[in-house]
Structure formats: structure tokens, C-alpha cells
Design a protein. Structure first.
Length: 454
């Protein structure tokens, strides 16, 4: 399934932020939209999908000298958004397995701040965890985060002199042939979000095929068939894709993997448990949970969160960025054992639109049409009409905790050592958080999820 230098534990995502956008003709005379398209580009398929020609400037390299409090607040707010949005979605999943990428939703919504009218922009910024921040600040924050997450330092080098990118992030907006994307939005989208702008014909199957091909191309073929059809009123669709694939710093020994009982909500079943045992392991425990990060070769890691009581879904739903920071900061170097089942999850995210509306995203209101005037040149009402996401995650023995354990251990180096070795046996539902580091936001959350049945 995976490439030569990519671990078996691959995580990938594609989001079409319902930004399928819908349009209403203004009252009065008819709107001859077919005559207003002036975009030019290079044809990329028989269905006349074309690329809007925009040259992007370089992403912003973070530094202390260029960091401002609003930029820092916007980056930190992305994690607040992650837990707030994920809380509603994981409850909808019930006892099923769940994986979700909040960052894949945050990025396109952050881009749409630039197209949202002044009446609705404050509400969108607040929903994104960036209340009081300007559009320029959130653009700069996004650019700095993308630089951190995708720059050359994140690449992993191989024994034969090659390298691979563990994390790839792509953004795109597909705009109907009957409307004209605003040039300033296309330029901002390219400059700060590395977004590509395409023209498509939403009245044809070609638009569906173009979006699905883009999703597949940007997730190494792991996410396909995101869109089945577009509503006839669709004039645009904004999309994000995240593909992550990296090896553990320390691999589990597959010879030690053993089959044992997993206590799932639907009843006991069997799973293949990987074993990590030894000294100097980063570990956190309180009255609610046990937590342990597994570090990746290029940095970042996967936090495993095992509740002491209650469900893993309730644990993830109650998680906040402050609590997540506490777990990281108060972790200790400990001796103990982790039993973790191999698992793979594929799912469609249900209810994303409703979840976004519930946390205050104002873009789905057809009456106020918040995107009017900011996205396309035509004098028509524009709003977001739908949202959808597909995600997958696979975890096996090809991972370890060395770099992240070292980082987390130094963060908690002043904390007392546990008086006795720990035993963290994940033989019941547990949650996870996949993260990577950014200068402005610290541990940036990329994926969250729950394993109810390996």
C-alpha cells in the first residue's frame, strides 16, 4: 500500500469543506453567468479543467523577530478549534471507530476568512479560535505553520541517499466556468495557503472526477470518491488534503506481538497487541487517564490516551488544548510497559456541516450569504452549502517513541518519578492525537480519533 520509504502506519485525509458554495441570482433581470468568465489557464483534462495562473510567493519562515501575539494566538487557536469541533463529531460516532483531521478543516476555513463579509468575519474568526485576530494575521499564521510542517527540515533521509516527505498538505479551490474567481482571493490563497485554483464545469461529471482525482493524487491514492455529485447550484468547492507517512523512532518488535482479548463496547474480541517495555519512557498519569506519546522519525508523534473509566469517546470529547498541554508538560521519564493493538480505521465524517454550525461557523446561512462579494466577481449571493471529509489511519509495529520521548521527557524533567513502574494495557477503547511541531503553536494537532475495535 505504501511507498518504499513510508511506514506501514500511514495517515491520510481529504476534506471538501463544503464549500461547495451555492449562488442565487440577484432579483430583477436574469444573470447571464455563462458570459462573464474571464479566467484563463492550462487545460489538464478532456473535461476542460483549467488552472488559474497565479504565482505564489514563498511561505513565511517563523522567527522570534517576526512573531506577534495575534499570530501566536491564531496558531494556538487552531488546537482549540480541533478539540471543540472534534467533541461533537466523536459523540456522533458512538461506539464506532473514529478518525478525523481538524487541521484539514481549519485551513480552508482560515482561507475563507479572506472572502467573508465584515458582518460575519468576527464570528468565523471566533469559531476558528482566533477572536480579535485580523485576516492578515491568520494568513501569516497559516503560512508560518505550513512552512514548519512541510519545509526541508521535516524530510527524512534514507540509507541510500534519498529522502521522503512525511507530511504533505495541499489546498485547492474549484470554481465553476460560469463565474470568475476574484484575483485577490486566488493570490492570497496561493501566497499563504499554497492553494491552487481550478476552473471546472459543475454541471458535468467532469467536476466530480476532477475533485476526486485531486484528492487521490494528494493522498497517495488512499482517499478516493470523496464527492459523488454536486448540487446544481454549486459555483465553487474548496478542498484540503493531508497525507502523513513516517516511521516510528523506535520500532516495535513484531516477534513480540501477541494475540489477546480486546474489550470492545460491542463485546470482547481479539486483537494483535504490540509491546513496548523498558526504562526512560515518556509517560503521564492522573485520575482520568494514562497517556504516552510514540515519536516519529522526523519529529512529532502519536499520543495514546487510555481512560481509567468511561468511554474513550467521552475522553476525547472532554479534551481541551490546556489539558493536552498539561499532559505534555507534566509527563515524566518512567519505567513500564505499553500494550497497544495494531489498528486501521477508514471512515466518512458524518455531520460535519452541522458540527461546524454548532461551534459558530457562520458561512452556511443562505439568508446572510456571508461569502457574497469576497469570492467571485459576479454580483450574486454566495454561501457554504455542505461539508464532508474522509479519513483513514493505520498503526502497526513500524513506529517508536525516541525523539518525542526525548522532547517530552525534557519538558517534564523537573517532575518526580513515579514510585512504581507503570503498566498501560490498551485492551479497551482508547483515544489518540497525532501532532507535529510548529514554532508559533507548539504541538499542532493534525488528527484525532478513537479506537473502539482494532
Amino acid at each position: 500500500m505504501f511507498g518504499k520509504y513510508k511506514k506501514t502506519a500511514a495517515l491520510s485525509i481529504c476534506l471538501i469543506v463544503a464549500i461547495s458554495l451555492a449562488a442565487c441570482a440577484p432579483s430583477g433581470g436574469g444573470n447571464n453567468l455563462m458570459d462573464t468568465n474571464t479566467n484563463t489557464g492550462t487545460n489538464t483534462s478532456a473535461d476542460a479543467v483549467s488552472i488559474v495562473n497565479v504565482t505564489a510567493k514563498d511561505l513565511i519562515a517563523p522567527s522570534y523577530e517576526t512573531q506577534t501575539q495575534p499570530i501566536k494566538d491564531a496558531a494556538a487557536g487552531a488546537n482549540d478549534f480541533a478539540f471543540k469541533l472534534g467533541a461533537g463529531l466523536v459523540k456522533e460516532a458512538g461506539d464506532e471507530n473514529f478518525v478525523f483531521s481538524p487541521f484539514s478543516v481549519w485551513l480552508p476555513l482560515a482561507a475563507l476568512v479572506n472572502a467573508t463579509d465584515d458582518n460575519n468575519k468576527p464570528a468565523l474568526l471566533e469559531a476558528l479560535g482566533a477572536a480579535g485576530v485580523s485576516a492578515d494575521d491568520i494568513n501569516n499564521a497559516a503560512s508560518r505553520m505550513l512552512y514548519d510542517l512541510t519545509n526541508e527540515q521535516s524530510k527524512a533521509y534514507t540509507t541510500d541517499g534519498g529522502y521522503y516527505d512525511p507530511l504533505k498538505i495541499a489546498n485547492a479551490i474549484f470554481v465553476g466556468n460560469n463565474v470568475t474567481l476574484k484575483k485577490d482571493f486566488a493570490q492570497t490563497f496561493a501566497d499563504y495557503f499554497r492553494g491552487t485554483s481550478f476552473n471546472v464545469d459543475f454541471s458535468s461529471q467532469g467536476a466530480v472526477d476532477a475533485v476526486n482525482k485531486w484528492a487521490s493524487d494528494n493522498t497517495d491514492g488512499l482517499i478516493t470518491d470523496v464527492v459523488q455529485e454536486f448540487d446544481p447550484e454549486t459555483i465553487a468547492a474548496i478542498a484540503n488534503a493531508i497525507y502523513f507517512s513516517d516511521r516510528w523512532r523506535w520500532e516495535f518488535d513484531p516477534d513480540q506481538t501477541k494475540e489477546d482479548v480486546f474489550h470492545a463496547p460491542a463485546g470482547d474480541s481479539t486483537a494483535n497487541f504490540m509491546i513496548r517495555e523498558g526504562d526512560a519512557q515518556t509517560y503521564y498519569e492522573d485520575d482520568n487517564l494514562q497517556a504516552m506519546p510514540l515519536g516519529f522519525t522526523t519529529g512529532g508523534g502519536l499520543y495514546i490516551l487510555l481512560p481509567k473509566s468511561g468511554s474513550a469517546s467521552d475522553l476525547l470529547a472532554s479534551m481541551t488544548s490546556d489539558y493536552f498541554n498539561q499532559i505534555q508538560n507534566d509527563s515524566v521519564q518512567a519505567t513500564g510497559k505499553l500494550l497497544l493493538p495494531r489498528f486501521k480505521i477508514d471512515n466518512d465524517i458524518k455531520g460535519l456541516k452541522d458540527a461546524l454550525k454548532s461551534i459558530g461557523v457562520p458561512l452556511f446561512d443562505a439568508e446572510t450569504a456571508p461569502l457574497t462579494g469576497g469570492l467571485v466577481e459576479e454580483n450574486i449571493d454566495v454561501w457554504a452549502s455542505d461539508a464532508m471529509q474522509k479519513a483513514m489511519i493505520e498503526v502497526d509495529e513500524k513506529g517508536t517513541t525516541a525523539a518525542a520521548v526525548t522532547v517530552m521527557a525534557m519538558a517534564g524533567s523537573s517532575m518526580p518519578m513515579p514510585t512504581a513502574p507503570f503498566s498501560m494495557v490498551c485492551d479497551k477503547p482508547f483515544a489518540f492525537i497525532l501532532y507535529d511541531y510548529t514554532y508559533d503553536g507548539g504541538s499542532q494537532i493534525l488528527f484525532t480519533g478513537v479506537v473502539n475495535q482494532p
